[in-house]
Design a protein around this ligand. Sequence first.
Ligand SMILES: Nc1ncnc2c1ncn2[C@@H]1O[C@H](COP(=O)(O)OP(=O)(O)O)[C@@H](O)[C@H]1O
Ligand SMILES: [Mg+2]
Length: 269
Amino acid sequence: MKTIAVINQKGGVGKTTTAVNLSAALAAAGRQVCLIDIDPQAHATLHVGVEPSSQEGTVYDVLTGDARLEGVWQQAGENLWVVPSHIDLAATEIDLANIVGREVILRDKLAAMPGRFDYVIVDCPPSLGLLTINALSAVDEVLLPLQPHFLALHGLSKLLETIDLVARRLNDRLRLTGVVLCLYESGTRLATEVTGDVETFFHESRGTGHVWSEARIFMTRVRRNIRLAEAPSFGQTIFQYAPDSNGAADYRDLAGELLTLESQQALVA
Ligand SMILES: Nc1ncnc2c1ncn2[C@@H]1O[C@H](COP(=O)(O)OP(=O)(O)O)[C@@H](O)[C@H]1O
Ligand SMILES: [Mg+2]
């Protein structure tokens, strides 16, 4: 089972769009996928057409109560399940303030979950608080969506430090797998320049032994595409809403890159 957290403490960079449509693309390729929405805004939940409801059980009950992941997940499509979020989750930080081991609750719940999935993808909130730490403690891999504008690298060191700290203290399997350039404006000088800066940064980290030293920049650039922005309000993934759009093509390609990695790793193992 591959476990991937989609993180960036900035909002609006394409985390949710990537978590949802990558999950859907992997599901369409025949993988069993569980999307865990750990953002109180519940955008990923809504995006796959599930109405957040505290009666049905959500990730909040998993983190703060006895609920198990398999007790709250809902089927959101063929091969695709979602562990829904709810605005209640915004209080988690306070609710868990005095709980010992509050950083590793999701890890323990995930370990206790029946092993029926090929991929678990966690959509994180735009912060490096307790919810994101729970995601980082629970997964093996981090996927970092970046929007190529002039502040793209700003805040990156804080993010990498956080991943590094979690790797050292809580989860020694954790690695930054790669950077996905989102909201990409093909043909603009800015996009080319920022992409160059990001490539240089990660190239210079090669072999340094950091958790990000093997990170790749995925070849797929997710282009700015209005269909990707429209799909969430219909509670549909891009493959349901506009399967012939550039957005669908880009997320299909990104999933293809992950599946290629998967088969290379299977050869090595
Ligand atoms: N490639 C894209 N093209 C056009 N709009 C996009 C694209 N990716 C994301 N969006 C839109 O940009 C906004 C922010 O994206 P989102 O995935 O919600 O970011 P985050 O989860 O990082 O806050 C949303 O309205 C989303 O629909
Ligand atoms: Mg989001």
